[in-house]
Design a protein around this ligand. Structure first.
Ligand code: ADP
Length: 593
């Protein structure tokens, strides 16, 4: 890429040099003009002085009065001295008289021509003075006066020629300087034109090319893309985004992004401006991204076009940060209608397959139970042992199929919510009872701290049971023998139900904590310890809780070969927190998705 800055600096230097040259030249011109006018003045004065010398000489000749003669003599002496000095100064250089330079050859030639007359006048004038000083020989004076007069007639036209020559030379000099000035001006003009051609035009072209390239890159992005400033004004947008939201980029640019389209959630509720992904990014400076599929339980946003139609989107909204200040945000989004359809089809398939599997599995379970109980005759101990294995394996399969069915129902939104006043503490007690055999087997110490003030609240006990069961089963499963579990239910500061399940178990590795609520995810540190897990429990729990308006989070540290991984003390284990609003769940079919 040509270096425009260097070119620009180069041209500016040339212009600066030319302007400085012009300035210096003008100074010189003024000086020359001053000198020329001085020369012309003095040359003109020489004429007058020669006339004065003639006039005073004549007065001396015609005067008999001694005193008067003396005055004229003095006048003559002064005139002669100035005349003589100026004559020399004009040809040579006399700073005191303000004569700047030696005369040109042409002038010198004219001076040579006038010089004999000058010398004769000078000699005669000086002789007159001498005669006066010696004793006034009138005859001599008269002769000298005659010499002065006769030579003045030669000197004056000669001097006229000199003045004229000076004038001509001055004019030529001015003309020359004017030409140089003009040349400088034109050079500056040409440099400016060259600047336009070789700097500005290619620079503008380059800029246009870069802009075009950027636009082409933006247009080539298959996803919708737009950028906003800190006030949510759209700065740029690609065609894909325009097509998706039904508004051409040129129409949208300059408008607030929340005025161009609306955002809704899965339930069809409008998302307030401050809760929209881009506005969250602008407010917090943190990236917001939603996924394309239901591997996690994050909200699916729907972008609503001006005509009311809408489509689900996967969004990645990131902040634009300059000097530690959020100056805008970028939203890259994709229409995930197709992904949702595929997901839906997958969930339907899982649902169907689970249903189909449940019946034969249940049949196996019954018959195995019957045979084990000896309902169909005596069985030998070896047969019993194998049958028990079949029965346990089948039970696990039924559990898995039921879990898969739960997941697909949640995703398809076919779970029927039946909220009713529920005693949370009693429900929690029943879940602990269910886990009791395993707790005892592992010699775990369980502490229950159930606040008596927790009121009965409206919820579907079936769902709440799933939540308690999953959290407690995990704590039991992932805590080694002799460990401690604390199960707490209380009211928090905001008067919400706060459920905590805490253990001193293996914990969750820090680098995997962000995936813990993802479908089918199991952390590395427990996989070989427990091979039965499905990685679906917490996904289900999070779906239920978020759809009930609650929140779930956890704190955990994992023990690794090097020690505890996540800044906590050893054996800290994990604590899961759940909050549920006291207003309870809303009873509607398909509310949980
Ligand atoms: P599963 O327990 O069937 O594997 P979950 O969805 O219930 O599936 O849990 C997902 C993963 O989260 C677990 O595999 C485990 O790695 C981690 N996890 C959950 N609860 C705990 C806990 N209390 N202690 C340690 N790890 C846990």
């Amino acid at each position: 890429m040509p270096n425009f800055t260097l070119r620009y600096i180069f041209s500016l230097t040339i212009i600066a040099l030319l302007v400085t040259g012009g300035y210096l030249l003008n100074g010189q011109v003024q000086k020359t003009q001053l000198g020329d006018s001085r020369v012309i003045n003095i040359a003109g004065r020489q004429r007058m002085l020669s006339q004065k010398i003639s006039k005073v000489s004549l007065e001396i000749q015609n005067t008999i009065d001694e005193a008067e003669r003396n005055i004229y003599k003095k006048e003559l002496e002064e005139a002669v001295a100035l005349w003589e000095r100026s004559h020399k100064g004009l040809q040579e250089w006399d700073e005191e008289l303000g004569l700047p330079r030696k005369s040109s050859k042409a002038v010198k030639k004219l001076f040579v021509a006038v010089d004999p007359a000058f010398q004769r006048i000078l000699e005669a004038a000086k002789s007159i003075v001498r005669e006066l000083e010696l004793g006034q020989n009138d005859t001599n004076v008269t002769a000298f006066v005659a010499t002065v007069f006769s030579n003045e007639a030669i000197f004056l036209p000669g001097m006229d020629k000199i003045v004229f020559q000076y004038d001509e030379e001055a004019k030529t000099r001015v003309e020359k300087v004017r030409r140089i000035d003009f040349l400088l001006l034109w050079t500056v003009f040409l440099v400016l034109i060259a600047e336009g051609f070789f700097i500005f035009r290619p620079a503008v072209k380059k800029l246009e090319e870069v802009t075009e390239k950027k636009q082409a890159i933006l247009a080539a992005i298959g996803d919708g893309f737009y950028a906003v400033d800190a006030d949510s004004n759209i700065l740029t947008m690609n065609q894909t985004a325009g097509k998706l939201i039904g508004c051409s980029p040129s129409e949208c640019i300059g408008k607030k992004c929340y005025e161009v389209f609306d955002v809704k959630n899965e339930k069809g509720e409008n998302i307030s401006i401050k809760d929209r992904p881009v506005q969250i990014v602008l407010a917090t400076g943190k990236k917001v991204s939603t996924t394309t599929t239901t591997t996690t339980t994050t909200t699916t946003y729907y972008y609503v076009r001006k005509d009311g139609t809408q489509f689900p989107v996967a969004i990645t909204a990131t902040p634009v940060i300059l000097n530690n200040k959020i100056i805008g945000a970028i939203d890259i989004f994709r229409d995930i209608t197709k992904d949702k359809e595929i997901d839906h089809a997958k969930s339907e398939f899982v649902s169907l397959a689970s249903h189909q599997l449940r019946t034969p599995l249940t049949t196996i379970s019954w018959y195995a139970e019957m045979v084990l109980k000896g309902d169909v005759g005596e069985i030998i101990p070896k047969q019993k042992k194998y049958l028990e294995e079949i029965y346990r394996g089948n039970k696990r399969m039924i559990e898995l199929v039921n879990t898969l069915l739960d997941v697909s129902r949640l995703e398809l939104g076919t779970f029927k919510m039946e909220p009713k006043p529920t005693d949370v503490v009693a429900l929690a007690e029943s879940v602990v009872d269910e886990q009791q055999p395993k707790i005892e087997r592992k010699k775990l110490i369980i502490t229950k701290s159930f606040d008596k003030n927790v009121p009965t609240f409206s919820t579907d006990p079936k769902f709440l049971h799933m939540v308690f069961q999953n959290l407690l089963a995990n704590a039991v499963e992932y805590t080694p023998e002799g460990g401690k579990i604390e199960f707490g239910i209380s009211l928090d500061k905001e008067k919400q139900i706060l459920i905590t399940v805490s253990d001193t178990g293996y914990g969750i590795p820090k680098n995997q904590q962000d995936k813990i609520f993802t479908k089918l995810f199991r952390a590395d540190n427990v996989r070989e310890k427990d091979t039965d897990g499905t990685g679906l429990g917490l996904y289900i729990v999070k779906s239920i809780i978020e759809q009930s308006g609650g929140k779930i989070w956890f704190e955990s540290s994992a023990r690794t070969a090097e020690g505890v991984q996540s800044g906590g003390e050893e054996n800290k284990g994990s604590t899961f927190f759940v909050t549920l609003p006291l207003c309870g769940m809303k009873g509607e079919k398909g509310a949980i998705k």
